[in-house]
Design a protein. Structure first.
Ligand code: GLC
Ligand code: CA
Length: 558
């Protein structure tokens, strides 16, 4: 199972590299950087959507599944990307967005124009309640109701995200078949698999009940569409009709999934998916208004989450490992320390902690050079529809002040991850010679690829070493995980064991020194450092020693 031994790198095309200076990253731009990615050592590129789209949600609203977005290039460019990646032994994993389409997809246009069109039933339409109101009280992910009224037919259609993202009706076998044919088209082109967007939301509870009212005034429909009644049936069918015919890599993005559900999605005998992306650690500290009211979180909570997943999927399923992606803040700002003093050290610490866990690691573009959150001082510089909607909704209905909202945006907005990649200290970070679609993070002069490549001690080379180690030590891929010191609020320590290979991983998540004590249960004779983020020329007794702030060290025990 090659995907267990792989490291995946996520490219968000719009922000990666602009080859024609229109300010928007594109496929040719990615091709230009393949040597860079090969040098880093990654095996798979997960490409955020490159399909035709009106870009209400930056490509997560698809109007044609078998065409490339004009701004990103042509199908010839895409074919060249696959070919060029493959010559560097890099596979391409496509984003598959099939919970919804764009309202500009021809299926939806026909569905809307003609109640008798076969495409009408590709979407979810409901009559108004007797008083004319929406069929349920559910609130949509990007603000407002999940139901949009269509004057022409006098019915509402469902959209769990924006009203330009109508949900597909997976109950309809013809729709499912069209999706499978589309997937085969891409697999035949040579893509290696799919990252499936919010795939645990495709099956809705057919009774459409109201949800419990939230602070926003809308009801929480989650219980009626997360991990819905037929989702496993659909994924098994997809596997049977599509995936099993190829040697694919698959990962399902799944809000509100727990370990028990994940065993069903990824279980060896279940023939559904290889991995899921859960949200437990990235939701740490969510408050009353979710991520817009961020609270403190504790290391013990983070360790409990990872341990629950590590232990839960041991033998039964397989984990995906990530700190960040295009929907999350930058890893160092969220879980490490972006200060000048600790940015690099904490970035390497986070990388160590994650890459030594059991599962397939995902690196989000820019993470390998330690990019951090951006702090625009005006909402006008933000582009993400979720951020903009939340800002306007919460400040107009009095739930948060503008200052509070901007502060939350600096911590958690999706645009933190979407500012252009920093290639150099040239204007616009070397991303474009034009005007970027979203401003660059002003710290690109110090944090950029050119600088990282010129410094043997950079985060980049540390990631490169971590990736290389995975190829050499099966214990990193297969070793069984065991948490040590569960109650420690500074240190995350664990072992990995595979036959007679054993690793001890110790990471200091705090800006203070921390005392490590080896539990008596861990017996060993000798130890050797496998990788460490500090070059400390001191003798240490593993039984008890002090770690520096954000220090990370991995020992091989014998
Ligand atoms: C997923 C994507 C996100 C998108 C949403 C709707 O969560 O990662 O970017 O906005 O689905 O497609
Ligand atoms: Ca471009």
């Amino acid at each position: 199972m090659w995907w267990k031994e792989s490291v995946v790198y996520q490219v968000y095309p719009r922000s990666f590299n602009d080859s024609n200076n229109d300010g928007i990253g594109d496929i040719k731009g990615i091709i230009e950087k393949l040597d860079y990615l090969a040098f880093l050592g990654i095996d798979v590129i997960w490409l955020s959507p490159v399909y035709q789209s009106p870009n209400d949600d930056n490509g997560y609203d698809i109007s044609d599944y078998q065409a490339i977005m004009d701004e990103f290039g042509t199908m010839e460019d895409f074919d060249q990307l696959i070919a060029e990646a493959n010559t560097r032994e890099i596979n391409i994993m496509m984003d598959l967005v099939v919970n919804h389409t764009s309202d500009e997809h021809h299926w939806f246009i026909e569905a809307k124009n003609n109640r008798n069109s076969p495409y009408r039933d590709y979407y979810i339409w409901k009559d108004p309640l007797p008083d004319g109101s929406a069929p349920t009280n559910w609130g949509a992910a990007f603000g407002g109701s999940t139901w949009e009224y269509d004057e022409k037919s006098g019915q509402y259609y469902l959209h769990l995200f924006s009203k330009k993202q109508p949900d597909l009706n997976w109950e309809n076998p013809a729709l499912r078949n069209d999706i499978y044919q589309m997937m085969l088209y891409w697999l035949d082109k040579g893509v290696a698999g799919f990252r499936m967007d919010v795939i645990n939301m495709i099956s809705k509870d057919p009774s459409y009940p109201d949800g419990v009212e939230q602070a926003t005034g809308y009801g929480d429909g989650g219980p009626y569409y997360f991990n819905g009644p037929r989702v496993h049936e659909y994924l098994q069918e997809m596997n049977q009709k599509v995936l099993r015919k190829y040697n694919t890599i698959t990962v399902g993005e799944m809000p509100a999934v727990n370990v028990e559900e994940a065993k069903l999605y990824t279980g060896k005998e279940r023939n559904e998916l290889n991995m899921v992306f859960h949200f437990d650690h990235v939701s740490l500290g969510d408050g009353k208004l979710g991520k817009w009211t961020p609270q403190e979180w504790k290391l013990t909570e983070l360790k409990a989450i990872f341990s629950r997943w590590q232990e839960g999927l041991e033998n039964e399923g397989w984990n995906s490992l990530y700190w960040s992606n295009h929907d999350q803040p930058r890893a160092i700002s969220r879980f490490g320390n972006p200060s000048r003093q600790y940015r690099e050290r904490s970035g390497k610490m986070l990388a160590t902690c994650l890459h030594m866990l059991k599962g397939t690691p995902y690196i989000y573009q820019g993470e390998e050079i330690g990019m951090t959150n951006v702090q625009f001082d005006s909402i006008d510089n933000y582009r993400d529809l979720e951020t903009i909607h939340a800002y306007h909704d919460y400040t107009t209905n009095g739930l948060l002040t503008k200052e509070e909202m901007l502060e939350a945006i600096h911590k958690r907005s999706r645009d933190n991850a979407r500012t252009p990649m920093h290639w150099s200290d040239e204007p616009e970070a070397g991303f474009t010679n034009g005007v970027p679609w979203i401003p660059v993070n002003p710290n690109y002069k110090t944090i950029n690829v050119r600088r990282a490549l010129a410094d043997k001690e950079s985060i980049f080379y540390y990631y490169q070493r971590l990736i290389n180690l995975r190829k050499k030590y099966s214990v990193i891929v297969h070793g069984k995980y065991q948490l040590l010191l569960p109650d420690d609020e500074q240190l995350y320590a664990y072992t990995r064991t595979w036959n007679d290979e054993r690793l001890l991983v110790i990471c200091n998540f705090s800006d203070q020194t921390a005392m490590f004590q080896l539990p008596d249960t861990i017996k060993h004779q000798t130890e050797k450092i496998l990788i460490a983020n500090m070059d400390l020329d001191i003798e240490r007794d593993l039984k008890a020693f002090t770690l520096q702030p954000y220090e990370a060290v991995v020992y091989i025990l014998n």
